[in-house]
Design a protein around this ligand. Structure first.
Ligand SMILES: *Cc1c(COP(=O)(O)O)cnc(C)c1O
Length: 294
């Protein structure tokens, strides 16, 4: 299948009495609708990498992640769709779970490596997959080409926003959004919600990518204890949000962003008349690891 596949990612308004009260409009860009498993921002980050791999005649994608990684699953599904072989290198003890099971169904070859070896992924790749057919994709799709893909989100927008809010894991998506906004000379504020604890490294990474800090607001206090951590309050909020909007979110990424958004609106962080875009980055399989606690 051609790599110019058509994507569907509409912007739709979310309504709530809180927004009316505060005279604020909220929209969601539904990148979760791009594909069930080549989910959201993972497609954005893969797109130009896959084009590069095709151009370089590399037909084996090698990538890295944790056992619940949305990126691992997205790479497996995209590889199957676009005619690549995929190899997923998973950090830690060998386990089985629904995410890895679906990745395998898409034909991904899965290897588990210990955390020590995982820390030097590039070495591991060079030692084991040095041949010309193998294409390296970093954990989470983190890459310059990933930034390029995420920039395209901005060109697709059908209206202007005063604010855009997004989750950050590697910060690639946020970097792309900021670059896209700057190129169009939009003065939209970008709110970045790290989903990890002690995520100050993200600020450095964005600096190293030459991302302008102007118009970025770091929202550091909504990680709920760390990556993939959740609590009763966050789960309650997710139950409320999903049942009121019909839009699925999960505790690892989008749940934290939406919680932060509602909380900041409540606390009058946004001026009256603000028009805010929540980027729904997808990742619904994240729910599968949490369902029994929701
Ligand atoms: C991977 C992921 C992110 C993090 O994106 P980065 O570009 O790594 O910051 C955000 N949301 C979801 C749903 C994801 O799967």
């Amino acid at each position: 299948m051609s790599l110019d596949f058509h994507i569907y990612s509409p912007e739709e308004e979310i309504t709530d009495v809180l927004f009316e009260e505060k005279n604020i409009q909220v929209f969601a860009k539904r990148d979760d609708q791009i594909h069930p498993f080549i989910s959201g921002n993972k497609w954005r980050k893969l797109k130009w990498n896959l084009k590069a791999a095709k151009r370089e005649n590399k037909n084996k994608l090698v990538t890295f992640g944790g056992a619940w990684s949305n990126h691992i699953l997205a790479t497996a599904a995209a590889a199957a769709k676009f005619g690549f072989h995929s190899i997923g290198i998973i950090r830690g003890e060998e386990i089985t779970n629904p995410v890895l099971a679906i990745a395998k169904l898409y034909g991904m070859e899965i290897h588990f490596i210990d955390r020590e070896t995982y820390r030097s992924k590039e070495n591991y790749f060079n030692n084991n997959f040095g041949s010309k057919e193998h294409y390296f994709i970093d954990e989470g799709g983190r890459s310059d080409l990933g930034i390029l893909g995420c920039k395209e989100i901005i060109s697709e927008l059908t209206q202007d926003y005063t604010h855009i809010i997004t989750a950050a894991g590697t910060g690639t998506t946020a970097a792309g959004l900021r670059q896209g906004l700057d190129e169009k000379m939009f003065d939209t504020k970008l709110l970045i919600v790290p989903v990890l604890k002690s995520a100050d490294f993200l600020k450095e990474d964005l600096n190293n990518w030459n991302i302008d800090n102007r118009n970025i607001q770091w929202i550091m206090d909504y990680h709920f204890g760390g990556y993939a951590k959740t609590n009763y309050e966050l789960n309650q909020f997710i139950n409320f949000f999903v049942s009121h909007t019909g839009i699925l979110i999960e505790p690892t990424y989008t749940g934290k962003v939406c919680y932060a958004l509602y909380d900041l609106i409540q606390k009058d962080h946004f001026p009256q008349g603000s028009k805010i875009l929540f980027l729904h980055t997808g990742g619904m399989t994240g729910l599968l690891g949490h369902l029994n606690k929701m």
